[in-house]
Design a protein around this ligand. Structure first.
Ligand SMILES: [Zn+2]
Length: 447
């Protein structure tokens, strides 16, 4: 028995959460039960919460204007179909209206600020109230549990983040709560990978988590060197997982893959259970609509956050696509399922020394910090040259341009050259999806 794990699970994890104003206990019990409600019971629960959040949205100036403009009263929402009377919420709506203020009665000091480059390279800022965050954190714990990850367990994470970059307080806190250690996907070279694998061998975490494609590249690295590493489960997230990638990951790490879909603005949205037959939605906290008619094709996901009252997201057009899975899951959970979700696609790019740099990590840690970028795309045509396509807005200044150059040098090194092309818009690929980073080096982005 890991004594530290027990201490963290039973004492420090919740103590830190409570200190930050979160209370998960009530939600844990409720979510453990509600996942096994029948489809009809869950639909009824969702409709009640949908009506509540729409009523709460009337307390936000943006929705007051919006409801008035389309002649909608919150009491008009009697069934799911009535939701269609409300327009979709776009990222521009959040940037230019919703995001400017909080709902009546909320102040900036009591909300959690989230920012993301999202699926489409458009930076979005959203504030989430703490009551909503408590529910979301409890839901994340529930879905982690399906993959065998519990509070107090060590976690190996492949992410655009390193614990070393955090201040000591954050690192101490990590040691006493999440107990995660990281492989930074902005430093994805053999020495860093080997150092991470040495930690894995020493600490023997039960679960490996990270961006799907980074985990795949890590599996390739281990396989090609004939190494042996096994986990209890692998959680892949934040982007498309191909069947080939899943097979390689499961073979190399001798563990089932639990694919997951979530985003910064809403936290967890859906994830696989132990049956691995689609991703169960976090239906108690998110209402999922699929736009369009063709049920067999990927359709745009329209998401309504059922808990965030400080900045309600109602019918949010996130830019990802999904296919619904019909019928009941063998696991017995009544939570509806998505067969597949597709959205974020990004290539690995390279430094002039040919060290891979993962596009999604740049998206998350890079463009959202530069003022005035409305959308961006990075195209690499040579090892020492990048083309940055930028859709700018009025706030974009010479300073933004200088900052962009500095970030390129920080991530890719001093020898990387780049040019910036200001464009009206960034075209999606032939499949209709947006790619944040595109590698056009002839080797095909391989080793
Ligand atoms: Zn299931």
């Amino acid at each position: 028995m890991d004594l530290v794990a027990a201490l963290v699970k039973h004492v420090t994890h919740d103590a830190f959460l409570r200190r930050d104003g979160y209370d998960l206990r009530r939600h844990r019990t409720a979510l453990a039960a509600s996942q096994f409600l029948s489809t009809d019971e869950l639909r009824a629960l969702q409709l009640a919460r949908l009506r509540d959040i729409v009523a709460a949205a009337a307390g936000h100036p943006f929705y007051r204007r919006r409801f008035r403009a389309c002649g909608f009263e919150p009491g008009d929402l009697r069934d799911f179909a009535d939701l269609a009377r409300l327009p979709l919420l776009t990222k521009d709506d959040i940037r230019d209206g919703l995001g400017a203020t909080l709902a009546d009665g909320y102040s900036r000091g009591e909300v959690v600020h989230k920012r993301t480059g999202g699926s489409t390279g458009v930076p979005v800022h959203v504030d989430i109230d703490r009551a909503a965050m408590s529910l979301k954190k409890a839901a994340t714990e529930r879905h982690n549990g399906w993959a065998g990850l519990f509070p107090g367990d060590r976690l190996a994470a492949v992410w655009g983040d390193t614990s070393a970059a955090q201040p000591l307080r954050a690192r101490l806190r990590n040691a006493m709560t999440a107990r995660a250690f990281y492989l930074d996907t902005l430093r994805f070279d053999p020495p860093h990978i080997e150092a991470f694998l040495a930690q894995v061998r020493a600490k023997r975490p039960r679960v490996l988590m990270g961006h799907a494609h980074s985990i795949f590249r890590l599996a390739e690295h281990v396989r090609d060197r004939g190494g042996k590493i096994s986990f209890g489960g692998v959680i892949t997230t934040a982007m498309v997982l191909s069947p080939t990638e899943r097979r390689v990951i499961e073979e190399v790490f001798r563990a089932p893959v639990f694919d997951r879909y979530g985003c910064e603005e809403l936290s967890i949205i859906a994830s696989e259970c132990e049956a691995h037959q689609g991703l169960h939605e976090f239906a108690e906290g998110v209402f999922v609509e699929l736009a369009g008619e063709r049920a067999d094709l990927p359709r745009p996901l329209i998401l309504t956050d059922l808990s965030n009252r400080a900045m309600p997201l109602i019918r949010y057009e996130i830019g990802d696509y999904g296919v619904a899975e019909a019928g009941a899951c063998p696991c017995g959970r009544g939570l509806p399922r998505l067969r597949e979700v597709s959205g974020r696609e990004a290539d690995f790019l390279f430094t002039p020394d040919r060290v891979p740099v993962f596009g999604i990590s740049i998206l998350d840690t890079f463009i959202i910090h530069i003022p005035g970028i409305k959308q961006a795309q990075i195209v690499q045509d040579r090892y020492d040259h990048l083309l940055l396509r930028v859709v700018r807005e009025a706030r974009f200044t010479d300073e933004s341009l200088a900052l962009l150059g500095r970030r390129v040098r920080e991530v890719f090194g001093e020898r990387m050259r780049h040019e910036v092309a200001f464009v009206e818009r960034i075209e999606p690929t032939a499949s209709g999806k947006y790619r944040f980073s595109v590698c056009r080096i002839d080797s095909g982005g391989g080793e």
